[in-house]
Design a protein. Structure first.
Length: 244
């Protein structure tokens, strides 16, 4: 049964039992693009993940409405990581990148000339990104596919880049990687300039592949609400030992 059918059926049932005014209040919805992916962390097993995108928000979760989630408020450029288990919210705001760019930081992109199956009528092209000769990132991109999803992902990556730079500054020089600097700090959204990433993989083996997407799906507005009673904290508080 589709999300659209579930929502419409719920509205009808509530209207009969509670009356139309209460039903509208309980079932407030907004239109979203829903994407499902198969993701794999470095060295881990694949798992299913979900994104819900509206003009105001980007929500990432494991497909469960009541579980933990990551929320980007696109207007304020703030990322919230909500943990149900410890009832906390990690708040990430845009930070200026003060971490110095390496003196040698050469970028190269190689375009694969092979043909790949199209997605929703959009041609898919494979690109490989190199930094200082090291293969750092592969993406199979579909130009023109889901442009607002591309924009939301770009906004998300740019917010995270500042926090990643702070973390990198605390990392011993011997453990730093030019791929990490490219992928997460200085060029985190470069692959999005080529189209929607239907498949991607970084140098450590973490990957994501699009399974399905639907547009203009009514979803509960409550999915984009933050728990008001959860304790909030920042990455700086974590590093300084002043946790939640």
């Amino acid at each position: 049964m589709s999300v659209r059918h579930i929502v419409r059926s719920g509205v009808l049932a509530l209207a009969i039992v509670l009356g139309p005014g209460i039903a509208r209040a309980v079932t407030a919805t907004q239109s979203a693009t829903i994407l499902t992916f198969s993701e794999r962390d470095t060295g881990g097993a694949p798992y299913e993940a979900r994104m819900l995108i509206t003009p105001q928000y980007l929500r990432m979760d494991n497909g469960a409405d009541g579980g933990g989630f990551i929320l980007l408020n696109r207007a304020t450029r703030t990322v919230y990581s909500v943990s149900r288990s410890d009832r906390t919210i990690l708040v990430i705001t845009p930070e200026k990148i003060a971490f110095p760019r390496p003196a040698r930081f050469r970028q190269r992109v190689v375009k694969d000339r092979r043909d790949f199956p199209a997605v929703a009528g959009k041609r898919v092209v494979h690109y490989t990104f190199f930094t200082n000769g090291k293969r750092c990132f592969d993406v199979y991109a579909a130009a023109g596919l889901l442009p607002d999803a591309v924009a939301a992902l770009r906004e998300y990556q740019r917010v995270l880049a500042g926090e990643q730079a702070i973390t990198e500054a605390r990392t011993p020089r011997s453990m730093r990687s030019v791929c990490d600097l490219s992928n997460y700090i200085f060029r985190p959204a470069r692959y999005l300039d080529l189209g929607f990433p239907v498949r991607q993989r970084d140098d450590a083996g973490a990957s994501r592949q699009l399974l399905n997407f639907r547009t203009a799906v009514p979803v509960a507005s409550s999915l984009f609400a933050l728990p008001s009673h959860y304790r909030r904290y920042s990455v700086g508080q974590m590093a300084g030992g002043a946790g939640p």
